[in-house]
Design a binder for this molecule. Structure first.
Ligand code: SAM
Length: 605
């Protein structure tokens, strides 16, 4: 397949300085791509992204594209990595690996300005991406308080400053008089870190992470699954590409891609216009020219893309806090959202009813049985997923805390809960049970033969069981399906969430067994406590008439955040918009969880 002649397609010049400037930069970038062997289909158009989501540039299809179409090839030599950078030797000598090395490579190439091989690419990038790590401390404290990101960003900032100080010293020694101090300031370092966080791809094992020109112009859409990028494999490797995890793949690279993956979202924007002026002539050979060539990355569509639609990448199954953390934006109704409840908060709530000694002792017993919380960077926590379902380990902990002494003591004599469980009459099912299931079995749970069955309620209110599995996710602030309720493209406000209150079918049999009356009450206190971490004072007028300690607080919090978000223009104030959007999604999860638990409680009383 030949790419043919690439016309230059950029969005229409409206006369605005910004638009004209971006247009000029795009033309320079297109020339640079041609000079550096980057080839792409003439069906691709670069256009000003949908401003309601504040994405500056995006890529759309100028005509219908088909699944399997090769839309671009990018030589690895054109990627900016620690191996290809002119600073490779210094970065190697300074032993700066990973993101840090790449940030230094970006800074170094920027310092070289027009003499850098990547000037034509770098001039297109913003100086920095507006990620929370470059927000002011006041913004971080006022916008992110209570969210999953607040602590993480503060920690990141101090670690980055530490990294910069160390790097600065090492590089100054190594560069000697060639060291261009003005280009290695903390501001430059932070800026480079934001570009690496939001744009770098894993190129291969040798190059590691790198800036991949062109590939990094595609915007993200969560799990839209219309199309994925993929690539062919070399003859010696007949494995199928893991399309769900590999956007760009070296033909010889069988490893999982750990960065961004690709998919398509259909966006009706017609901002792109075509112009043959300064067109890029990419008269290339057929793909067979490249077969077996390990030095080239390919981008192949795996689904049809209709003319005029944006071609979206997906950066992974990420919660809103992870999206905001690494890319500076959020998505409404993100199904990969999570709220975490710290073990310390569980302690605070339980110690209102029990002694600290009792709490510590029960936590120890709970740990001994093989249960554990999630942990990350020294903190221990439990997850509540987007549907409001609390992590089973948390339910088990609350259950054990509320157990009468004799029952709990029995657990102490269960040295080998796994062993015990496998001798059960339902031994063949036991290996399917996790630690929580095994402990529950020892404690007398006998109803469910499969711990992960969902209770499904039909229209008549009859409950039946259907197999299901709780999706485990990574911590929302570190990493992370999309029911599309897009931000309105016309008024740039979020639509009112029409979703109904969550129903009890989300809880599995084991969840319900663990949710005794005291466990439900304790969990509800925990939810209120977690909700109180968000700034309350602004809500004062709204909530003072509300009975404290009730689920109405949570519902009011959600309504409050939604109303606020509706009045923010994403384009004018993206930081506030995405911070509020994060708060809304987190508080919605807390409310969903509250509804689940209170429904369960009602059924018990
Ligand atoms: C890899 S770049 C994608 C190209 C980018 N739009 C540009 O102008 O170069 C990633 C950045 O694009 C923006 N972005 C990507 N997808 C987005 C989305 N769905 N909503 C808002 N911003 C998005 C964010 O600023 C993110 O940090």
């Amino acid at each position: 397949r030949q790419f043919g002649t690439n016309s230059l397609h950029v969005f229409e010049d409206t006369g605005s300085t910004t638009v004209m400037e971006l247009s000029r930069k795009l033309r320079a970038f297109i020339r640079w791509m041609r000079e550096n062997g980057i080839e792409y289909s003439d069906a691709l158009a670069f256009y000003e992204g949908d401003k309601t989501v504040a994405a500056d540039i995006g890529v759309k299809a100028l005509y219908d594209l088909k699944e399997g179409d090769l839309i671009a090839t990018i030589p690895k030599e054109a990627c900016l990595t620690v191996k290809t950078s002119q600073a490779a030797a210094i970065i190697d000598e300074a032993e700066l690996g990973g993101d840090l090395g790449l940030a230094v490579a970006v800074m170094y190439e920027r310092s070289k300005q027009q003499s850098s091989k990547w000037y034509g690419y770098l001039q297109l990038l913003p100086f920095r991406q507006s990620l929370p790590i470059v927000w002011s401390l006041i913004e971080i404290d006022s916008l992110l308080a209570g969210t999953e990101l607040h602590k993480a960003i503060k920690e990141d900032r101090s670690l980055i400053q530490q990294d910069w100080r160390e790097c600065y010293g090492i590089l100054k020694d190594l560069y000697g008089e060639k060291f261009l101090e003005n280009w290695f300031t903390l501001e430059h370092f932070l800026a480079a870190k934001t570009l690496v966080a939001s744009r770098a791809f894993q190129v291969d094992d040798i190059h590691g992470f790198g800036m991949v020109p062109l590939a990094d112009l595609f915007n993200h859409k969560t799990a839209a699954e219309d199309v994925h990028f993929t690539s062919v494999f070399d003859d010696s490797n007949s494995e199928e590409a893991d399309l769900s995890s590999s956007p760009i793949r070296n033909k010889h690279d069988t490893g999982q891609f750990h960065g961004k993956e690709a998919d398509l979202h259909l966006n009706g924007s017609e901002e792109a216009v075509s112009s043959s002026q300064n067109g890029v002539e990419n008269s290339t050979g057929s793909p067979s020219d490249w077969e077996g060539n390990t030095d080239i990355l390919e981008m192949i569509l795996v689904k049809d893309v209709a003319k005029g639609h944006e071609i979206f990448n997906t950066y992974g199954m990420l919660s809103n806090s992870a999206l905001l953390h690494r890319y500076g934006f959020t998505e409404p109704n993100n199904p990969f959202d999570i709220v975490n409840v710290e073990l310390a908060t569980v302690s605070d709530i339980c110690c209102q009813s029990f002694t600290q000694r009792h709490f510590r002792r029960r936590v120890n017993i709970w740990r001994k049985t093989g249960c554990e919380p999630c942990s990350s960077e020294g903190s221990e926590y439990f997850e509540i997923t987007a549907d409001g379902r609390p992590q089973a380990e948390l339910l088990m902990l609350l259950y054990i805390i509320h157990l009468p002494d004799p029952a709990c003591s029995n657990l102490l004599f269960e040295d080998d809960l796994v062993g015990k469980a496998t001798h059960d009459v339902v031994a063949e099912n036991e290996n399917k049970l996790n630690a929580v299931g095994r402990v529950a079995r020892v404690l007398g749970w006998s109803k469910g033969l499969c711990s992960q069955r969902m209770l499904v309620e039909d229209n008549n209110g009859n409950i039946s069981a259907k197999p299901g599995k709780r999706k485990r996710q990574t911590r929302s602030s570190k990493l992370t399906k999309h029911e599309t309720e897009m931000l309105s493209t016309t008024n740039r406000k979020q639509k009112k969430n029409p979703s109904k209150e969550p129903a009890a079918q989300i809880l599995g049999e084991l969840d319900c067994w663990l949710l005794t009356i005291p466990v439900c009450r304790c969990l509800m206190s925990l939810l209120l406590e977690r909700n109180s971490l968000y700034p309350q004072e602004e809500e004062g007028s709204m909530t003072k008439s509300v009975q404290m300690g009730s689920g109405k607080n949570l519902k009011d919090s959600v309504d409050y955040e939604r109303t606020k978000l509706e009045n923010i223009n994403c384009e004018q104030d993206p930081k506030l918009f995405h911070a509020l959007s994060l708060r809304l999604s987190e508080r919605t999860i807390l409310h969903k969880c509250w509804c689940l638990i209170s429904e369960r409680l009602k059924s018990l009383i």
